[in-house]
Design a protein around this ligand. Structure first.
Ligand SMILES: [Zn+2]
Length: 73
């Protein structure tokens, strides 16, 4: 409990632990990219399969909106 999540930009307005953020994944076998909404607590243990080829070699893809926060002066 109370463990900080790695991302910040992906959080929605209500930054609580009961939100369902959408994670981005990519299949390492066929390269299929897909999204999966899952509970924060569930994210650590969730077992996903590629919706296209059924492979379990799924890599967590960094969310595209987590960009470098370049300070504009
Ligand atoms: Zn696949």
């Amino acid at each position: 409990m109370g463990r900080a999540v790695a991302f910040r930009a992906g959080q929605t307005v209500a930054s609580r632990e009961d939100v369902m953020p959408t994670y981005q994944y990519r299949c390492q076998d066929c390269g299929e990219s897909f999204e999966h909404a899952e509970h924060v607590a569930e994210h650590a243990t969730v077992q996903l399969k590629c919706p296209k080829c059924g492979s379990e070699k799924i890599a967590h893809a960094p969310a595209p909106f987590v960009a470098k926060t370049s300070k504009k002066s």
